[in-house]
Design a protein around this ligand. Structure first.
Ligand code: ZN
Length: 229
């Protein structure tokens, strides 16, 4: 499943690799893995960084992260509770704790944490800006929250990942609400094992916000998203 191609200029590639928030993102220069669980370490031979949103079992697997880190020497960026669980498994110089509004550079790629509306200890969401300025918003398994409107207006996202199931309180409607508030070019319904939920999300989006395209991802398939014109 590693992505062996490079995105075109002003574009990124992504793969959704589990039924939760597991996403692999490839920019022209960097490979980022978010919330890897239910997958083999060798799927990420070229990881530059692993990003963890919160400590729940479907997002944080310390043994797997340690294995990927050892094989690739990648950087780990994690919310405080997850970072604490990782501190004995990861070399201290490779483990970076992040809080909402903190920003960390991975070469020319920027990772910024934001608030996350989810019942975990210190959950975060991630804004990732590629070296070409492609803007990705990985909202972990957040429910909508009002500040998303300001974040969306400021960042002008190319792609936003929207949770439509499994996590407490989430549904195609709450996923749509995230897309409605953030107004991306492309919205991706994820964090579900229900195709119906993804299609329901697509239907609401089409009816209520036709200017945002819906991309229903298949697991382990590569998608390219280009910067909005
Ligand atoms: Zn989850």
């Amino acid at each position: 499943m590693p992505i062996d191609k490079t995105p075109e200029e002003n574009a990124i590639l992504f793969v959704w690799f589990n039924h939760y928030a597991g996403v692999l993102i490839k920019t022209p220069s960097k490979t980022l893995v978010i919330d890897p669980v239910d997958i083999r370490a060798r799927s990420f031979p070229d990881a530059d960084a692993i990003l963890i949103t919160h400590e729940h079992y479907d997002h944080l697997d310390p043994r797997l992260i340690a294995e990927i880190q050892k094989a690739t020497d990648c950087m780990i960026i994690a919310d405080a509770a997850s970072a604490q669980r990782l501190q004995h498994a990861i070399p201290p110089e490779k483990l970076h704790q992040i809080r909402p509004n903190d920003e960390i550079k991975i070469g020319e790629v920027t990772v910024k944490a934001q608030k996350c509306n989810h019942p975990a200890t210190t959950p975060v969401t991630y804004i990732i800006t590629s070296e070409d300025g492609v803007k990705i918003f990985h909202t972990a398994d957040s429910l909508p929250f009002p500040e998303l409107a300001d974040i969306g207006a400021k960042e002008k996202f190319d792609v936003v990942f929207c949770t439509v199931g499994i996590a407490p309180g989430t549904s195609p409607e709450t996923g749509f609400e995230i897309a409605r508030l953030t107004k991306p070019q492309v919205a991706v319904p994820y964090h579900t094992n229900s195709k119906e939920y993804q299609q329901e999300f697509a239907a609401i989006l089409k009816a209520e916000q036709p200017r945002t395209a819906c991309l229903i991802p298949e697991l382990n398939k590569i998608y390219q998203v280009s910067k909005r014109k």
